[in-house]
Ligand binder design. Structure first.
Ligand code: FAD
Length: 446
């Protein structure tokens, strides 16, 4: 398979990062994006105004020299700030001192990456939509969204980075032996805003990801550099307490007065945001193989996950770094690179999909649960006392490059051990004194 020209479908976060890696390897890279150039229109559109970037994401950016530029526009969040219904606050660190996930503007990040990619010599073509891939996987039917003109592309390699609703993946559905599953969550999401206070001040603590866990639903808030917070309400789509059930301003006021009384006064545009912003849907897509003919998938196109570990983009960036390593390892032989890439990534993208589901239960329900908090405190103490031996699962996912599949296995193992530890006599009194070595022993050697 001789590869010189590569067409990437989708100028989102993953397509843009990948374009820079491929350009560094000397390929001719063109990125086709169905939307207009949002640098010119000023309308980014799309989902979630900010997102959390962690270790795997930084590695991806580092490899193309963009880590510092992104750190300059990011706000570190070293822990969760949990808000209970009474308005009490509890800060739970995510990792060791100095470790943090980082809030960054999705639009700002995407624009920074497109600018950098163009500077590196990548060609971007906006208003160009891929409609179809031919059955052999060797040609793409394109449409110019401004003129309505259609045309065919036959690059050496087509990479579908066209997101969760990928049309490139849709074309693969028609090929033999393509495994595919798609599942919608019963919960959707809505973006709300806490604006900045006077002179760009932050009205709640800047240095945290805020969570209002309420069992069957939750609100979260991430800081923006202008002093505002983007809040996301994750809520059932239908049912007694659901998006569907809130029909009037009075319904909304009653709901917020009951469950989020401390945050409501900070949201002057609550009514406009709630009834004006769309309700986003959450979907998990798993599929395999991620390639057919000269076509392959990356990022959300290959593995859309729900956002509760803040890892969708981070995972897509890791796809790029793994692919980059394989290009070197197999010396540009794409007949070896593509099979190795999909085999390496599939178990890990499946694992982070599962971890994200588990984390949703944890965030909306368990962060306010006494046993859960106790287990977290034990894990944190053991991690601090034996830093070389024990890594909590959250840290494996967010602050390491260990495979997601290993983190999922550890999740089940650590949870089992800690649940058993909770049944030990005297554990609540002596867990951080005389019992700590026994607990550590149990955690290291199951
Ligand atoms: C509410 C929410 C919160 C999230 N928070 C986080 C977080 O904190 N951390 C994190 O790591 N991840 C987070 N994610 C996940 C993250 O948004 C995705 O994993 C990431 O955007 C995937 O990047 P991508 O480039 O693969 O796809 P996308 O960002 O979706 O980009 C796909 C691009 O392809 C273009 N496109 C689509 N169809 C076509 C077509 N037919 N032709 C041409 N172009 C096309 C689209 O316009 C778009 O520009 C969150 C997701 C949601 C929904």
């Amino acid at each position: 398979m001789q590869v010189k020209n590569i067409a990437i479908m989708g100028a989102g976060l993953v397509g843009s990062l990948l374009s820079m890696y491929l350009k560094k390897h000397g390929y001719q890279v063109t990125v086709y994006e169905r939307r207009p150039d949002f640098r010119k229109t000023g309308n980014y559109g799309g989902r979630s105004i900010n997102l959390a970037i962690s270790e795997r994401g930084w590695k991806g950016l580092q490899g193309v020299g963009l880590e510092q530029a992104v750190r300059d526009i990011a706000i570190p969040m070293p822990g969760r700030m949990v808000h209970d219904v009474q308005g009490n606050l509890m800060f739970q660190p995510y990792g060791k001192p100095g470790e943090a996930i980082n809030s960054v503007s999705r639009g700002g990040l995407n624009i920074l990456m497109i600018d950098a990619a163009e500077e590196a010599g990548v060609t971007y073509k906006f208003n160009q939509r891929i409609n179809e891939i031919n059955p052999a996987g060797t040609a793409a039917s394109m449409e110019d969204m401004e003129t309505g003109t259609t045309y065919t592309l036959e690059p050496d390699l087509i990479i579908g980075a066209d997101g969760a609703y990928s049309l490139v993946r849709y074309a693969m559905l028609k090929t033999d032996r393509f495994d595919y599953s798609q599942a919608y969550e019963n919960h959707g999401y809505k973006e709300l805003t806490i604006p900045a206070g006077p002179n760009g001040t932050f009205l709640i603590d800047r240095d945290a990801l805020h969570i209002w866990p309420r069992k069957q639903f939750m609100l979260i808030a991430l800081p923006n550099i202008d002093g505002s917070f983007t809040c996301t309400l994750f809520f059932a789509l239908e049912g007694r307490e659901s998006f569907e059930a809130i029909k009037t301003h009075a319904d909304l006021d009653a709901f917020f007065d009951t469950y989020f009384p401390d945050v409501k006064p900070l949201m002057p545009t609550l009514h406009e945001d709630f009834f004006g912003n769309p309700t986003g849907l959450l979907m998990i897509v798993k599929c395999f193989p991620w390639s057919h003919g000269n076509t392959m998938l990356i990022g959300d196109a290959a593995h859309a996950i729900i956002p509760f570990y803040g890892q969708g983009m981070n995972c897509g960036f890791e796809d790029c770094t793994v692919l980059n390593d394989l290009i070197e390892e197999f010396n540009h032989d794409w007949s070896k690179i593509i099979p190795a890439y999909q085999v390496a990534r599939k178990p890990n993208s499946d694992a982070i999909a599962d971890l994200a589901k588990l984390n949703f239960i944890e965030m909306r329900d368990l962060v306010a649960d006494a046993d859960f908090q106790f287990k977290k405190r034990i894990a944190a103490k053991v991690a601090a006392a034996y830093p070389d031996k024990f890594i909590p699962v959250y840290s494996m996912v967010s602050f390491s490059h260990l495979p997601y599949a290993d983190a999922l296995r550890e999740y089940y193992r650590q949870d089992e051990v800690l649940s058993e530890v909770l049944t030990w006599p005297g554990v609540r009194e002596h867990w951080d004194t005389e019992l700590l070595p026994d607990i550590a022993q149990r955690l290291f050697n199951l």
